[in-house]
Design a protein around this ligand. Sequence first.
Ligand code: MN
Ligand code: MN
Length: 322
Amino acid sequence: MFWRGELIARTAPVRQRIGTSHATCVNRGMAAYLGLAIGDALGATVEFLTPNEIRHQIGVHREITGGGWLRLKAGQVTDDTTMSLALGDAILAKGAIQAQATAEAFTAWMRAKPVDIGNTVRRNLIHFRQTGNPEAPASEHDAGNGAAMRVLPVALACYGQPEKTSILANRAQAHVTHHNPLSDAACETLILMVQDFLAGRDAVAVERERAGRLVSEFPVFSYDRRRCDNPSGFIVDTVQAVFQSFFATETFEDCLIEVVNRGGDADTTGAIAGMLAGARYGLASIPGRWLAILDERISARCLAQVSPLLALGEPTREARQI
Ligand code: MN
Ligand code: MN
C-alpha cells in the first residue's frame, strides 16, 4: 500500500518527459521555489488587510518591505516557505515521501517557534505528538490552505512519475495536518500544474486540463464568476484568488501584484501564485529587486533542494544505462 509507506516507487514506469531539457526543468523548478518565497515575503505585508485598506495605506503594493501584522523584516518569509523547506528536507533525508518523517519534521519545525502557524496545523501536530499517528483525523472542517501552500517539494520529487505517485505522495504529507477532500483536490491540481509547466506545457492547455478538471469534479472551485477579493484561508477562496490572478496575467510580476493586492491571506495566495508563475515563466522572469531583497539564507535553501528533489523522480541509474 502506498498510503503510509515509501511513496516514490523507483521501479514505477517513468512518464515520458516531453518538451524541455533537464536544464530548463531545473531553471523552472528553482523559479517556482524562489517564486513561492517571494510571494510569501511580498504578501505577508498585506496579510489580513482588505483591498481598500491596501489602497489607502500603500496604494498598489508592489515592493517587498516587510512589516505587516507579523512585523517582518524586508525579505523575511513565513510558514508557507519554511514548512515547504522542512518538507523538502524530510523528503531528501529519506529519499522518499513518508507520513511519519513528514510529521516529525513538522513537529521539529513547530518547536523551533516559526513566525506564524495555522490553527489546523498546530492542532493536528499536537494530535500527532499525543497519538504518534501521522495522519490527522478526516475532517470536513479542515479545508484550510495549509497543506496546499507546501506542495512544491512533492511536485519536484514526483516529477516524471505517473500522476498516481504524486497524488498518493501528496496525501502522505497533506494528511499530517489537513485530511480533507477539498484540500486534497487543490493540492493535487497544483502539483500537476507545476509539473506541467516544468515540462514546458502552455498555460491554455494547463488551465483547460487541470483547473478544468478540478472545477468539474468540485464545482465549488469555479473561479469564472465573482471576483475573489479578501480571500480567507479556506482552500476554495485561495484557489479562486490564485487562478483568477494567474490565468489573467502574462508575467511573473503582474501575477504576484494582482494576487497580493486582493489582501486577505495574501502571503499564502502570493506563495502559491509565485510557485505557479515561477514554474511557468522561469528564473529570468523574476524581478531582480525582489530576488535581491529576499532573505539570502532562505533563497539558498530553496535553490539547494531543487536538483536533489528532481533527481528522486528520475529513472534509476540502472534504467538510465540501458
Ligand atoms: Mn504564512
Ligand atoms: Mn497566510
